[in-house]
Design a protein around this ligand. Sequence first.
Ligand code: ATP
Length: 453
Amino acid sequence: MDAKTDSQRMEKIVSLCKQRGFIFQSSEIYGGLNGCWDYGPLGVELKRNLKNYWWRMMVHERDDIVGMDGSILMNRAVWKASGHEDTFSDPMVDCRSCKARLRVDQLINKKGVKQCPNCGGKDLTEPRAFNLMFKTYVGATEDESSITYLRPETAQAIFVQFKNVLEISRKKLPFGIAQIGKAFRNEINPRNFTFRSREFEQMELEYFCRAEEGMKLLEYWKEERLKFYENIGIARENLHVHEIPDEERAFYSKGTYDIEYDFPFGWQELEGVAYRTDYDLSQHQKASGKSLEYFDEEAKRKFIPHVVEPSAGVDRTVLALICEAYSEDEAPDEKGKMETRTVLRFHPRIAPIKCAVFPLLKNKEQLVAKAKEIVDFLRPHLSIFYDESGAIGRRYRRQDEIGTPFGVTVDFETLGEKDPELRDTVTLRERDSMKQERVKISDLVQLLSQRIA
Ligand code: ATP
């Protein structure tokens, strides 16, 4: 069976994530909370590396994009103007046979007859709208006037701060505002591990432009985003661009692409890249009565900019990175017997731990002291893990399983006991090829930094 479509593969990934501290069920000791997840010590590193790399590529390495960090709670008027209060809903049906509550777009269509995907039942209720926003109250009284929502996307904070950011950053079109933050959706059916959660993070860019540049920039951002995924180690053949047909697109959008990944549970959306025209800013201008126009100094005219939005999910990308990295191969154990090795082949750029440091033997004081010295020397530059317990092969295997790309071993040659020429050298082992090379301790920072960049 193709390992990619194997549900066992997904089970192994979920179990590895828990055992090695990538992802835990939220509130696990109380039975969990459906659709919510906690990232453990390794998961949080992976997630941060992803967000930092996105920020670096989108904000730091560009002159035309600035960042912001908006609040999760906003004035309810924002959600009225954006259309979320009235229309941010999934049409739902109930299956009268198995009682499942289902999204209309998940029903099976057999020769024009809609069926329940769980039991095949055809006795379904009429579709009803189910709003996905979490409602809450601000302040002491719980009445109509204090209602607001946990934001279902980060983008609206960017739109409503457009004028402030434009004025202080003094950018000219085209320019963008980027943001990473939490979003909340009361998904009917959270599933596929973290893929569809109720609390998740988004990395969104709103790239403002002139109307005539919109379609070209849509293509540009689609390509840029594909390159981004390749740069974090996702193979191009596991990415697919789905062009949303006219009839399925939001009415205001002139073009939308979904970038999909080949998850073990099928092709699913990682990111949407949408040309949203001037819809959002126009809506907020109308509702707030405040001008959100841009003044074009050359043409001496005012207009509402158009926007192209690449909107990616942090959690979905983390899951894609883990799925892409997960592999099993054969490696020799201490006695030279081949055994199955589980290895996460993360790109060094996003790996939670970059380098592990091992003294060959834990009961040799000089080896331990030297290894700890190397840890202190490397730690300001890279995330390091020190491990002295168990046979060296086992220690390598533990690092392979969490995707650490490099391992440094301090042995008797490091101490110059066999050959004075080799004093202050260590073995550097590469995770995927398992090849080892002898390198000088003083070269380690530069060597590792180059390979990780
Ligand atoms: P879907 O069709 O899968 O529900 P969407 O088209 O509603 O997703 P968008 O509104 O375009 O998603 O949100 C942008 C990105 O935010 C998505 O591409 C995805 O990566 C992420 N995202 C959206 N909903 C969720 C969720 N429930 N859990 C995790 N990530 C999500």
